[in-house]
Design a protein around this ligand. Structure first.
Ligand code: ZN
Length: 65
């Protein structure tokens, strides 16, 4: 049974941000990204594999205004 972003539920249970907080991550279905709830880093999913590397992480776009 696939969960968000086509990743398995089992995978979501163990996914965590590699930042210092090692906190939970959530799916951004619109952008097909994995987003840390603490540091807001965004991780891509390539070929169905989450790339949970700080080197690959993107930060959210600057807030407008
Ligand atoms: Zn984080």
């Amino acid at each position: 049974m696939a969960g968000p972003l086509g990743l398995s539920e089992n995978l979501w249970e163990v996914l965590a941000c590699p930042c210092d907080a090692h906190d939970a991550v959530v799916a951004d279905e619109q952008d097909q990204m994995i987003v840390c709830t603490v540091c807001q880093r965004r991780f891509p999913v390539r070929d169905g594999v989450p790339v949970m590397l700080l080197d690959e992480a993107l930060f959210p776009p600057a807030v407008e205004g």
